[in-house]
Design a protein around this ligand. Structure first.
Ligand SMILES: *Cc1c(COP(=O)(O)O)cnc(C)c1O
Length: 367
């Protein structure tokens, strides 16, 4: 065995042994939101109703933290099946947020040389996980109206034969819902697995969940994050049981901790509060969209999510101006040419939304 060359410090050893594509990445960070109105991360802005909070507290007090979490997590799965009408015959897998499921799915399908396909701009974690797993990422630009470029997507399917395709339905960061016909055509044409990521299902008018049985290569991904439970980190994947049998082998045995399991069961025992809050967010979304569209130089795009994408005169300036007024949104201007001068604004409480509109009004009037 040869010795390590002398004189290398940690940075030198890191550079010599860590994969260069990992060294080239920057770690995921979020802007500090201390004391700010937080409209940057698609969180539900409402606190839990008191009755639900009480149920949650009682459930968490009973958690046996000296024991490992339940592995089949059957109570959580039953709660999800009941709350969201998941067909019993399908496979269901839980993740530490849907982010973890994206990672496991990518790992499972990253055969040497295999391609991952996704439209762009879309959820950044798809491309990032391709890099992590050593998979070749193929991005196909969306059409100028943010719809899928169906011909370009189908051509990429033919050319690349992707093992894995991600379609966010509705899409993040654009907010729109792709044509269901286009999605179905891509699933039919694809030789590999197609993941339809429905993180925003609660705010959308369509879903592929009822259609999974039609497609042997379709997996639907969901999460509790956008409906008021981002903090507990619970995502779930639904597909034919054959897919889950393989994906389960990659899952860390205790990936969903005991607190998350107990919380999910308590929170989903009555899902009415979730539907009520989602309905309020949808109504606010409509009100804010109309008000934003009246501002000078602002274009608001059609959305089926809990956020609005708006093109503004100068995104960098407005982003900074909002920050100075203690309002945090997401400036996606530099993410993709199609997003030039765009801000992504999460729908907040009525008061938060009013504060946003007042601030934007003042900033745009002062130009
Ligand atoms: C927010 C989001 C997720 C991540 O969800 P978690 O369950 O919080 O990891 C996944 N996909 C899309 C498209 C999202 O916008």
């Amino acid at each position: 065995m040869s010795e390590r060359p002398p004189g290398l410090d940690a940075a030198g050893i890191v550079a010599a042994v860590v994969r260069p594509e990992i060294c080239a990445l920057s770690a995921y960070t979020t802007a500090s939101a201390e004391g700010m109105i937080k409209l940057d991360a698609m969180e539900n802005p409402f606190p839990l109703p008191d009755a639900v909070r009480g149920r949650l507290g009682a459930a968490l007090a009973q958690v046996a933290i000296n024991r490992y979490p339940d592995i089949p997590a059957d109570r959580v799965k039953r709660a999800l099946v009941d709350a969201f009408g998941i067909p019993d015959t399908l496979g269901l897998m839980l993740g530490n947020g849907s982010d973890e499921l994206i990672q496991l799915i990518t790992l499972a399908l990253a055969r040497p040389g295999a391609a991952m396909l996704a439209p762009e701009p879309s959820f950044v974690m798809y491309r990032l996980n391709a890099i992590h797993a050593g998979m070749r990422f193929v991005g196909v630009p969306l059409a100028s109206d943010f719809g899928l470029d169906r011909d370009a997507m189908l051509a990429a399917v033919e050319r690349e034969r992707p093992a894995l395709t991600f379609l966010a339905y509705p899409n993040n960061p654009t907010g729109n819902l792709f044509s269901g016909d286009d999605v179905a055509a891509i699933v039919r044409a694809s030789p590999g697995l197609v993941v339809v990521d429905e993180a925003y299902a609660a705010f959308a008018d369509a879903s592929f969940l009822p259609r999974i049985a039609e497609f042997p290569n379709l997996l639907v991904l969901r999460t509790l994050s956008k409906v008021g439970m981002a903090g507990i980190r619970l995502g779930y994947a639904i597909a034919a049981p054959e897919w889950m049998a393989q994906l389960n082998k990659l899952r860390a045995p205790y990936n969903v901790n005991a607190f998350t399991q107990a919380a999910a069961v308590a929170l989903l025992a009555d899902a009415g509060w979730m539907a009520d809050q989602a309905a309020t967010i949808r109504a606010e979304r409509g009100r804010v969209a109309v008000a934003l569209a009246r501002l000078p130089g602002v274009t608001v795009f059609e959305t089926q999510t809990n956020f609005l994408l708006a093109r503004v005169p100068e995104a960098d300036l407005l982003y900074d101006g909002l920050r100075q007024r203690r309002i945090l949104v997401k400036n996606v201007h530099s993410w993709h040419p199609l997003l030039a001068n765009c801000l992504r604004i999460t729908v907040g409480t009525p008061r938060e939304n009013d504060a946003l509109l007042t601030a934007l009004n003042a900033l745009l009037a002062g130009r």
